[in-house]
Design a protein around this ligand. Structure first.
Ligand code: EPZ
Length: 423
């Protein structure tokens, strides 16, 4: 497995191009199943999860082709017909977001078999709301041999309330409802920019959706959807990660191709910690790290609150802040695995249930550490950049899932990091 070797202690300086959002591209790719016409997606990030989703579409018999652009890829997808409507365990276990094909397969082809995604490092991550919502729309759902077997001759519009806000749950049900008969009301729906981007794409395909960007989506089913061309939104988590990198290394970074409106909670928190962030033009941010970071508490919340996907990265910064920062993770029950690795590098962190108290500033020293999940690995990279000495980060395939060639972007802004290929 690949590893990163990082020599820390140097401020990062320069320009970083932010890639398209993985978590917007994945549902957009699944949405291609809703039409027999050609779908063209621009600004798709070159990350592992996109490759996995292409393999899944290929498994279903759906053609896709990719062209490399200056930034990111353009994907062309056309789901004329299916070879089968099964998302196999081998692919789903690599990427839980495979569940996103369930709604569209059911809506267009009246049947789907998707392996039940297991839990993962950060929590149990059930999909009960996806299934309850589809049943409300008239689907028959059987769980057999670890697979979800869903059938529905024609889905019928209904009202569904999400007990818990679910990003992919909202996306799955939205994609099921656009071809259902009649009207669907999704209440307590997720408002993440990636959900809104999917709704924008579906409307371009001919869907009728009201309330985009709100927690109440009203969808009027239509007979069929046509192809569309769409540009994926910038990755707000990669944006937050590099803003944090400027803060934790005391450097100055210019981030381009960003959407500032999608990172307001992250910018507010980083500014409270002393990072200066100023917009320059509509899609550029300049972040300058201070000499001394200040402690600031954070609680993760659904959008537009501080995102859970930025909690691990913020924790790395909090270790370098003067004072105690109380971090509260409200979305996932086990999202502190990175804390134990940061402690091995010299951090002072006490985890009690959903809360972690970080006492700073502690000098971090390089050490061999292990990544456990996508955002934990980003946290370890940030800590390694701030540490003195050398850090060897194992299992960086986690980071490759959601960050496009992060070591190349980091080297360009002065980081001493290189990928060590395992023999
Ligand atoms: C999406 O996961 C993202 N993934 C995650 O990003 C992100 O952390 C998460 O939303 C929260 O923002 C993609 O978009 C591909 P949820 P998702 O359903 O949809 C509970 C990353 O780093 N829940 O919003 O799986 C669940 O257990 C990844 O890119 C149920 O109980 O998350 C969790 O506690 C990591 N039943 C909470 O809701 C359900 O049926 C939020 O989960 C569904 C969810």
């Amino acid at each position: 497995m690949d590893r990163f070797l990082v020599q820390g202690g140097r401020p990062l300086e320069g320009r970083v191009t932010i890639s398209g959002a993985k978590n917007a591209a994945l549902p957009a790719m699944a949405a291609a199943l809703l039409t027999s016409e050609r779908m063209v997606l621009h600004n798709v990030p070159r990350v592992r999860d996109i490759g996995t989703m292409r393999s899944l579409l290929d498994e279903l018999g759906v053609d896709s082709s990719v062209t490399h652009d200056e930034v990111g890829n353009t994907l062309e997808i056309q789901a004329v017909r299916l070879l089968n409507s099964q998302a196999p365990y081998e692919l789903v276990k690599q990427m839980r977001a495979s569940i996103l094909v369930l709604g569209p397969l059911l809506a267009r082809f009246a049947e789907a078999r998707v392996s039940l995604p297991g839990g993962c490092a950060i929590g149990a991550r059930p999909v009960n709301l996806h299934l309850k919502g589809l049943e409300k729309l008239g689907a028959t759902i059987d769980l057999e041999h670890g697979y979800i077997h869903a059938r529905a001759s024609r889905l019928k519009g209904a009202a569904f309330y999400f007990d818990t806000v679910s990003v992919t749950g909202t996306e799955n049900l939205m994609m099921a409802a656009v071809l259902a008969e009649g009207e669907t009301l999704l209440e307590n729906a997720a408002r993440e920019p990636e959900v809104e981007d999917l709704a924008t794409l579906l409307v371009k395909m001919g869907a009728r959706i009201e309330g985009m960007g709100t927690d109440c989506l009203r969808i009027h089913g239509v007979g069929a959807l046509h192809g569309a061309e769409h540009r994926i939104i910038p990755d707000r988590i990669e944006t937050g990660t590099f803003l944090t990198a400027a803060g934790v290394t005391g450097g100055r970074l210019i981030l381009e191709h960003v959407e500032p409106a999608h990172v307001t909670a992250v910018m507010a928190k980083l500014e409270a910690a002393g990072v200066r962030i100023v917009p320059s033009g509509d899609h550029e941010l300049i972040a300058t790290g201070p000499q001394n970071l200040r402690a600031a508490d954070v609680t993760t919340q659904e959008y537009p609150g501080f995102p859970t996907d930025m909690q691990a990265q913020y924790m790395a910064l909090a270790t370098q802040a003067q004072g105690s920062s109380v971090i509260t993770e409200t979305i996932f029950e086990n999202r502190y695995l990175h804390a134990l690795e940061l402690v091995r590098m010299g951090a002072d962190i006490q985890v009690e249930g959903r809360q972690a108290v970080v006492r700073g500033r502690t000098a971090l020293s390089g050490a061999p550490v292990q990544a456990s999940d996508l955002r934990a690995s980003a946290s370890l990279v940030l800590a390694a950049l701030a540490a003195s000495g050398e850090t060897l980060i194992d299992r960086v395939y986690h980071i490759d899932r959601g960050y496009e060639r992060i070591e190349e972007k980091l080297v360009k802004i002065g980081a001493r990091i290189r990928r060590v290929l395992d023999d």
